[in-house]
Design a protein around this ligand. Structure first.
Ligand code: FAD
Ligand code: FES
Length: 259
């Protein structure tokens, strides 16, 4: 169930160029990987709209939510200025998360900040006994974030960079395609730029592997009321219907999306 809350900033530190890791003390009972929170990013009514950020991790025992965000505009710039002891007004957990698991061998594919929700999923999947391969892609080595934390989860971590400065040289989807030639996964989960997700959907479809992807749309209410975040999806009979990413998603089966 979603609720309004005030989270206390425990830490808010840069982990990459313009990218911050925020730890908030707040209870979010029932928070699941793939869900998001909607934060008020200002101390007045300006900016008016809340900003959606994926839950990067959640520890119910310690009542701590983690977020990973990039400074792109006014809201996230305000967020980057928050210090330990400050309070942030939030709403959530919101949306529908990932479905775990169709089988024990899972591949997670993150493009850039797509790492944000997949980290939480990786931790939960590993704790449930899944064999997780985490593919992380970025433009260059500086964009490969939180690698130590990922490796600390005891997973297989595969890196790809567009400029070849670390790991596989090329898009992360080419690395996935290479592995799919000889590796079998029961399920694939992905988050990242839309073109990357479309390619993951194509590869998964080709191999007959169920896949889920997390979509990003500009959001106003975050609650399914304004219809500002609709996306085109195939219905059961192949017809096209429009659903809200904030309430029906942000995670959808890859084959349902009209790419
Ligand atoms: C479900 C979901 C999860 C997200 N998770 C993350 C995350 O974990 N880390 C992260 O860095 N970013 C994430 N984003 C993108 C993030 O919400 C935007 O970067 C942020 O809202 C920009 O706010 P701003 O005020 O700094 O930028 P501005 O460009 O000034 O924002 C203006 C308006 O556009 C909206 N907006 C701008 N960019 C986006 C975008 N890409 N997606 C949705 N709304 C946008 C804002 O909410 C705001 O209403 C997520 C988006 C969605 C929809
Ligand atoms: S943001 Fe309002 S319906 Fe999704």
């Amino acid at each position: 169930m979603s609720s309004l809350w005030q989270g206390e900033v425990v830490a808010n530190s840069p982990v990459g160029p313009g990218i911050y890791h925020l730890r908030l003390r707040v209870a979010l009972p029932g928070a699941l990987p793939g869900q998001f929170v909607h934060l008020r990013c200002g101390s007045s009514l300006d900016p008016l709209l809340r900003r959606p950020l994926s839950i990067h991790d959640y520890n119910p025992a310690g009542q701590e939510v983690q977020l990973l965000y990039q400074v792109v505009g006014r809201g996230t710039a305000w967020l980057a200025g928050r210090k330990p002891g400050d309070f942030i007004d939030g709403l959530g957990p919101l949306g529908r998360g990932f479905t775990l698991p169709a089988g024990p061998r899972v591949a997670l594919v993150a493009g850039g900040l797509g790492l944000a929700p997949l980290f939480f999923l990786a931790r939960v999947a590993a704790a449930e006994g899944c064999q997780v391969t985490f593919y992380v892609g970025a433009r260059s080595r500086e964009g490969l974030l939180r690698l130590e934390a990922l490796e600390g989860l005891g997973l297989e971590v595969q890196r790809a960079t567009d400029d070849g400065s670390a790991g596989f040289a090329g898009p992360v989807t080419s690395l996935l395609a290479r592995d799919l030639e000889y590796k079998r996964y029961d399920q694939i989960f992905a988050c990242g730029p839309r073109a990357m997700l479309a390619e993951v959907a194509r590869l998964a479809g080709q191999k007959g592997i169920p896949a889920e992807v997390s979509l990003e749309e500009r959001m106003a209410c975050g609650l399914g009321a304004c219809r500002g975040c609709v996306v085109a999806l195939y219905g059961e009979d192949g017809s096209i219907a429009y659903e809200n990413v904030c309430s029906a998603g942000p995670v959808f089966p890859a084959e349902k999306i009209v790419w």
